[in-house]
Design a protein around this ligand. Structure first.
Ligand code: HEM
Ligand code: HEM
Length: 494
């Protein structure tokens, strides 16, 4: 009888040793099972939000091609649908899936069962209720009017803070109970993200900023939500998946240190590059541009470290969807950061600011890096928690091809359309209408890509449903993936 993929932790543990402590497969399974409830709950809620966010994203995109589409009801207008898309995707899909990733990673890396798991369950529920209330109010016309901070300050935000604090408490309690001396790099990223997120979210939502001060704090928050929350947990996940799946330790501990501390040091100073050309003191803008350029240090350190870990074994991607997605996500992190550094230069920002270029950059970061990393994490984590394998290799392929291909089309289309739009806006003889016309065909192409990506999301949701609800035996009889063992591990472990 063939061996299900999910029963391979013994092989994994014999090849990768993050903490110099050997762990039996039974022990590893116990760590995975200790967080079963919150991990599954978080992933389930995240997929529901992903589908809702997809409808909102599609609708926002179609409205660029047909501005008169669904405008009769106020809650369906662009001004409400677009921020709802942003908030659903960032706080509903990505953040909730990141809760699950954190709660699964910490027990494994700290070699101890998850602590305060029930608190984490309540935390995820409180967060979800807060977000639901916030989105409903946003669609009803009650938003705070600050990008990334639109959720209602009075009714939604307190629930988000309490929810994240509860999940964070479980993460930190598990860290405190660790049975390892050495803290693997993923632990630094995951554990640090919780206090960082709570501090910036509370700071961003304080009600007493006025005028330009409010804009500065707004972008301090939004940029750090990207860098010290969405980026960090996903870098932690990728740092775990790459060496684990290919069975070789991370290339350099020192580069990991440079990557982590470089990010912690420079990212927080980046925020004002969103307001280049705005009415802020020039030292603030200059500092943010300098810090953006300095980001080259951690970005290149992480890029080299992750590339050198995988180099020579890229062929292994054929056997593991989690590895494929983690590799694409890691490369996208380097790409989006280099694009971002370029965009922060005044000469480039003059052209690209207020154009679709920024939307291409956003989705290169939040989709090709963050979302693909989370899909990769789910491909790896769910079989281990549910103790059964994904049922269909074909559905996995279809999902990866649809979302990957669709998003490349999205980014290329808006990248080109954005530059044309920017050049047209700056051309002295051309009116505003000309800039709109120049971008139109590229926006239509984006809507085509939106349909392709949405099909990919439906495939993924259907496959996850099959995984969760199909009986275990019928799945494990024909395991679709052997991960990397047949090609990479010479000695077969019984
Ligand atoms: C089906 C996939 C998706 C489609 C069709 C889509 C579409 C869109 C559209 C049409 C906009 C408005 C653009 C504008 O105002 O010019 C937008 C903005 C945005 N989307 Fe998406 N999106 C998708 C997936 C995602 C995901 C998964 C995330 C996050 C994890 C995300 C995060 C954002 C953010 C943060 C913005 C605001 C960007 C900015 O202001 O620069 N999107 N999206
Ligand atoms: C070194 C790293 C990075 C730099 C220097 C950078 C730079 C920039 C700049 C200058 C803008 C503003 C563009 C404008 O409005 O004219 C921007 C926007 C944005 N960046 Fe980055 N970026 C970096 C990494 C990332 C990463 C890793 C992500 C995603 C995880 C990301 C996501 C975004 C998003 C979503 C926006 C749009 C925000 C909005 O308008 O709503 N960036 N970035």
């Amino acid at each position: 009888m063939s061996t299900p993929v999910t029963s391979n932790p013994a092989q994994e543990e014999s090849t990768v040793d993050h903490s110099k402590i050997k762990v039996s497969p039974e022990e590893m399974e116990a760590y995975d099972q200790s967080g079963r409830k919150p991990v599954l709950l978080g992933f389930f809620i995240a997929v529901v939000w992903l589908l809702i966010g997809t409808v909102l994203g599609d609708l926002s995109s179609f409205k660029f091609d047909r501005p008169d589409l669904l405008t009769e009801q106020a809650y369906l207008t662009f001004g409400r649908i677009r921020p709802a898309h942003l908030n659903v995707m960032v706080y509903g899909w990505a953040s909730t899936a990141m809760f699950s990733v954190s709660l699964w990673l910490m027990p494994r890396l700290c070699r101890t069962p998850l602590r305060w798991g029930n608190l984490a369950v309540i935390g995820i529920l409180v967060w979800t209720v807060g977000l639901g209330v916030g989105i409903a109010l946003l669609l009803a016309g009650h938003g705070d009017g600050l990008e990334w901070l639109e959720l209602d300050r009075q009714w939604a935000d307190p629930l988000l803070v309490i929810g994240a604090a509860m999940v964070g408490a479980s993460v930190w309690k598990t860290l405190a109970a660790r049975n390892v001396h050495h803290l693997y790099v993923s632990i630094w990223y995951v554990a640090a993200s919780y206090p960082w997120f709570l501090i910036i979210f509370l700071a961003g939502n304080m009600p007493f900023y006025k005028g330009v001060e409010s804009a500065a704090v707004n972008w301090f928050y939004a940029h750090n939500a990207l860098g010290l929350w969405l980026t960090t947990i996903n870098l932690g996940l990728i740092y775990y998946l790459l060496p684990k799946i290919i069975g070789r330790p991370i290339y350099s501990y020192w580069l990991s240190l440079v990557g982590f501390w470089g990010l912690a040091l420079f990212y927080a100073l980046n925020g004002m590059h969103h307001l280049i050309g705005g009415p802020l003191p020039s030292w603030m803008i200059a500092t943010s541009i300098t810090a953006s350029i300095m980001m080259i240090v951690p970005v290149v350190a992480v890029g080299i470290n992750q590339h050198m870990t995988v180099v020579g074994r890229f062929g292994a991607m054929r056997y593991s969807p989690a590895l494929t997605l983690a590799v694409i996500a890691a490369m996208s992190y380097t790409a989006v950061s280099l694009q971002g550094i370029l965009t922060a230069l005044v000469s480039v920002n003059r052209i690209t600011h207020f154009t679709h270029w920024t939307i291409a950059h956003s989705h290169l970061g939040l989709y090709m890096f963050v979302t693909l990393s989370l899909f990769g994490g789910m491909y790896y984590i769910l079989p281990r928690v549910l103790k059964k394998e994904w049922p269909s290799r074909r559905l996995v392929r279809a999902h990866i091809l649809l979302v990957g291909g669709g998003m490349v089309l999205y980014i290329v289309a808006l990248g080109i359309g954005g530059v044309l739009q920017g050049l047209s806006l700056l051309a002295p003889g051309e009116g505003f209408e000309a800039s709109v016309s120049s971008a139109k065909p590229w926006l239509l192409l984006r809507s085509v890509s939106a349909v392709i990506i949405s099909a990919g999301h439906l495939v993924f949701a259907y496959h996850a449903y099959l995984l969760a609800f199909t009986s275990r035996n019928s799945l494990t009889r024909h395991p679709p993936f052997y991960e990397l063992k047949p090609v990479l591990v010479k000695k077969r472990v019984p």
